[in-house]
Design a protein around this ligand. Structure first.
Ligand code: S3P
Length: 171
């Protein structure tokens, strides 16, 4: 499959950058969170609150399995999706993965006013980001075919870098 998959921590810009990249490549754009919300007509925050994280993770596995059958898409992953090994296996057959990397301080800055991400509620933001990044950093690296550092870059700059990656993939 020729899909481009964007992974990275919450606040790394997967959705914003993914939409721009999809536009420029003439691909469709899908975000796994939005896909789940539309499929079940629920919002992520409520799924976490009512059924819990594991239930949401099952929905994510189902979502990426369904999306793996499609082509010519830019797929933005929920930040926790690559953590499950079964999901990583599905990603391998779905397309090339770009890791949108950012420093903890950058993520903190981008997430400080967020109220929609259940894993960041009622905790010290910096501690939680550090804790999750300690668990996930090596997973993101392992899954990535390409890595783009997003710190101190404009949307246009990052999209340009991803376009160059796409050129590289298609040649
Ligand atoms: C999560 C990231 C969120 C969403 C959920 C859990 C995570 O997606 O899937 O709140 O575990 O990192 P974004 O990365 O798009 O914010």
């Amino acid at each position: 499959m020729n899909n481009i998959i964007l992974e990275g921590f919450m606040g790394s810009g997967k959705t914003t950058l993914g939409k721009e990249l999809a536009n420029s490549l003439g691909f469709s754009f899908v975000d796994t969170d939005e896909y789940i919300e539309n499929k079940y007509n629920r919002i992520i925050k409520d799924i976490f609150a009512n059924e819990g994280e594991e239930y949401f993770r099952d929905m994510e596995t189902e979502a990426i399995e369904e999306l793996s059958k499609k082509d010519s898409m830019v797929i933005a992953l929920g930040g926790g999706l690559p953590v499950r090994e079964v999901n990583r296996e599905i990603l391998k057959k779905t397309g090339k993965v770009i890791y949108l990397k950012a420093k903890v301080s950058t993520l903190c800055d981008r997430l400080k006013n967020d109220t929609n991400r259940p894993l960041l509620m009622n905790v010290s933001l910096e501690d939680r980001i550090n804790e999750l990044m300690n668990k996930r950093g090596s997973i993101y690296e392992e899954v990535a075919d390409y890595t783009v550092n997003t710190d101190d870059k404009t949307i246009e700059q990052v999209v340009k870098e991803m376009e160059a990656i796409y050129e590289d993939i298609s040649n």
